[in-house]
Unconditional design. Structure first.
Length: 413
């Protein structure tokens, strides 16, 4: 293969990595370089964030080790039969880029994935070498996220957890049969087995109350996965049910959703059109409701039409409009769990309400100061000086509080 320079490699392999959404750096343990000679920090100042075209903030060097791949997954731009420019980093090149980019304040860490070259074991060993070199030879204390190769030897998965902050293995598609059909070389059972091994490693790394010696850290930021939305025909309710199952079964920190994007020379078995990006946004909102607001997937799905979330309004508002008999709620006496279900009230707002009402009886103006906007909240609450009357059951309530005009999300391309 003809030699290409480092700049060209970076251009190819950074572009090839943009389809993987699971690159947030939240949830890791704090490590800084104060009092030592270590390089990097997972927290603090000095980070210049980059922004993707749709507005998401990315502060990691996000690249593939290589976009060569022996697999031929129909939905992947880097599949074996794809006619795209190919490149491959050496381990030392990724290490050098990470260190130099950090020193220039471009990044706060590394997100590293790869196509499958030679074998799963060989590819995973290369990824682990990058993380190990950064940690042990350069004392790098920034954030590292490694993508697991599920087919790799369990010992390599264990080694990855010792050097990386977060690990992830992508389920990719909500339906198992779709994965078998579109990615015949992948086995969902093998992927789940790798995720199960990571969960066991995370549990083993939790120190017991009586442990004198703490066990070695293992992927302190947990594990995550990604689901592609709109490639296999699965409705939103099925995707939410799959996410809920993954959270419960594998203790995931995050499930990421990526709207399917048609790729050049794609297979005829894939959809011709991409789903609206707002669908991806609504799934993230629904995911947030399950993780922080006490909603279950079936509850959110109650307001769905033919299994699809409403694109015009957020899932919590859709649920509240569908369950008007539960409103209005009294902000001065309602339990926290019910306040979390009021449209327009977030977790911080609810915690402030619960705290303040211990000392005074809340009025509508108090609620307005404690939340971002009162217009969406007003029809669903009562306060000392406010009752919504017939507003809660008004036939045109949706039209009154729905955004007008509807927000338009920018495209990635």
């Amino acid at each position: 293969m003809a030699q290409i320079d480092l700049r060209r490699k970076l251009s190819i392999l950074a572009d090839a990595a943009k389809y993987d959404a699971s690159c947030a750096s939240s949830g890791t343990s704090k490590r800084d370089s104060i009092g030592g000679k270590g390089l990097g920090s997972t927290e603090g100042m000095g980070i210049c964030h980059a922004y993707t075209p749709d507005g998401r903030c990315v502060s990691l060097l996000k690249v593939l080790l290589t976009n060569f791949c022996i697999y031929d997954c129909a939905y992947c731009i880097n599949r074996a039969s794809s006619n795209v420019p190919r490149a491959r980093f050496a381990v030392d090149e990724v290490v050098e880029l990470t260190l130099n980019f950090y020193k220039r304040n471009y990044i706060e860490g590394l997100f590293l994935s790869s196509g499958i070259i030679r074998s799963g074991d060989y590819t995973m060993e290369q990824l682990v070498r990058v993380a190990k070199t950064l940690r042990t030879e350069h004392d790098f204390r920034g954030y590292i996220h490694l993508k697991l190769i599920p087919e790799a030897d369990p010992r390599l998965v264990e080694a990855a957890g010792l050097y990386a902050d977060r690990l992830s293995a992508n389920i990719e598609l909500p339906r198992d049969e779709a994965l078998k059909r579109l990615a015949p070389q992948k086995d969902v059972g093998v992927i789940k087995k790798a995720m199960g091994q990571v969960r066991l490693g995370l549990e083993a790394a939790k120190p017991g109350k009586r442990d004198r010696i703490k066990p070695p850290k293992f992927a302190p930021a947990g594990q995550s996965t990604q689901l592609i939305v709109g490639a296999d025909g699965a409705p939103d309710t099925e995707i939410m049910a799959r996410s809920a199952s993954l959270y419960g079964g594998y203790g995931l920190r995050r499930v990421y959703y990526s709207a399917f994007s048609p790729i050049p020379d794609s297979s005829s078995v894939l959809p011709l059109a991409k789903p609206p990006l707002m669908r991806e946004h609504r799934l993230y909102q629904a995911d947030w409701l399950m993780r922080f607001y006490g909603f279950s997937a079936p509850e959110i799905g109650e307001a769905a039409t033919d299994g699809m979330l409403d694109l015009a309004i957020d899932p919590k508002l859709a649920w509240a409009l569908n369950r008007r008999e539960q409103f209005p709620v009294d902000v001065n006496s309602a339990p926290r769990e019910m306040l979390l279900r009021v449209p327009g009230l977030g977790v911080k707002s609810v915690d402030r309400i619960v705290s303040v009402r211990r000392w005074r009886t809340l009025r509508l103006e108090d609620i307005a100061r404690l939340c971002r906007g009162i217009d969406k909240v007003r029809p669903f609450i009562t306060a000392l000086d406010w009752t919504p009357g017939g507003l809660t059951d008004a036939a045109d309530l949706r039209a009154r509080i729905a955004p007008d005009p509807a927000p338009v999300q920018m495209s990635l391309f």
